[in-house]
Design a protein around this ligand. Structure first.
Ligand code: ZN
Length: 346
């Protein structure tokens, strides 16, 4: 079996350690918390620096500059930390319209000799462009399938994963349309699908219900971000349906006011709580349903800005897992086998 990387088809057994949900490039500045108070409004226009790191380590949406990754040289430097720690494959889960750059991904993959798998589809409705509103489900699925079969954005660089498909709280109408289109494209092309749901919701169940109607393979669907507000019963429900669940916020331990009506609102679990939840789920027999990554999408997560980087799951989380009684064999399943099965196509 193979996977589709930005450099073409690759044997699934050559993927090594995989991080199945990262962003090498992304631009979600539209999701910044917009403040009306003069002092905070000025803050949101600042560049990320050591002077606002304290604010950002509580609310990462407070500064717009934190929400964009678009520097090729910096991306290469940061990915080298991952490679030097033994990482071999990164999924860039940035779909259309939020800063995806297929050509830059291709060049980085070549220069670093690192497997990169690119995403296709559409994120949350607030980012939709290119007439998603006026397209039918079938038209959207054809666009997604074209990016997998032929290439993205007039290149011959093919997408190898669908996602991350964005769903806002409650799932908005156009998002439902895109979700169905993703299900149809999955059925046609066999690729895995990453689904972003509002982390403080339990919309993953609703998403699976919608996807099931399309006849897609639920065993190729991953409900992301279940490790922000960990609810083990919800996790077990999703796993029992045959889907993957993704612990993909390693490194993010924020607290946002629940009163906020922005993109995020609530507490983020800590890394140790994530590891302990994984251990519980392994004990309950769900190890084959779990994916692990960092979902790097903010400057402050990069080494250059004081963060732990793309290598965090290897450098810091792997030893934490071992400390908590997760075996090396189990870690190999989480870091190699599971993402390989999620990503492969016939
Ligand atoms: Zn993401």
């Amino acid at each position: 079996m193979s996977v589709i990387t930005v450099q073409g088809l690759k044997n699934e057994n050559d993927l090594g350690i995989i991080s199945p949900h990262e962003h090498i490039f992304i631009d979600i500045r539209n999701q910044a918390d917009i403040y009306t108070e003069a002092d905070k409004a000025a803050l949101s226009e600042e560049r990320v620096s050591i002077t606002n790191l304290g604010v950002l380590s509580r609310n990462p949406y407070a500064v717009k500059d934190n929400l964009v990754l678009n520097n090729v040289q910096l991306a290469e430097k940061e990915l080298l930390y991952f490679k030097n720690m033994g990482g071999n494959t990164i999924v860039d889960a940035t779909p259309k319209d939020i800063g995806r750059d297929p050509l830059a991904l291709y060049r980085i993959s070549k220069s670093l000799d690192l497997n990169i798998i690119a995403g296709t589809g559409y994120y949350t409705q607030d980012t939709h462009c290119h007439g998603v509103n006026s397209l039918t489900t079938e038209e959207i699925s054809k666009k997604i399938e074209k990016e997998i079969l032929e290439g993205m954005d007039n290149t011959q660089i093919r997408a190898g994963v669908i996602g991350e498909i964005g769903l806002s709280k409650g799932i908005l109408d156009n998002e439902k349309k895109v979700l169905k289109a993703a299900g149809i494209a999955q059925k046609e092309k066999g690729t895995g699908v990453l689904i972003h749901t509002y982390p403080w919701s339990r919309d993953g169940i609703k998403a699976l219900n919608i996807l099931e109607e399309t006849g897609c393979e639920i065993g190729k669907i991953c409900i992301c971000h279940i490790d922000i507000d960990i609810d083990l019963e919800y996790c077990i429900n999703l796993c029992s349906r045959g889907a993957y669940i993704e612990f993909d916020n390693f490194g993010k331990e924020y607290y946002l006011s629940k009163k906020g009506d922005g993109f995020a609102g609530g507490a983020f679990a800590r890394d140790i709580e994530r590891v302990r939840a994984i251990k519980v789920l392994i004990n309950k027999g769900f190890i084959n349903n779990i994916l692990v990554s960092n979902d790097i999408c903010l400057k402050i997560l990069l080494h250059a800005y004081g963060g732990w980087g793309y290598d965090h799951i290897i450098t810091n989380i792997r030893p934490m897992m071992l400390d908590e009684g997760i075996s090396q064999e189990e870690i190999d399943l989480l870091y190699k086998e599971n993402p390989k099965k999620f990503l492969n196509i016939e």
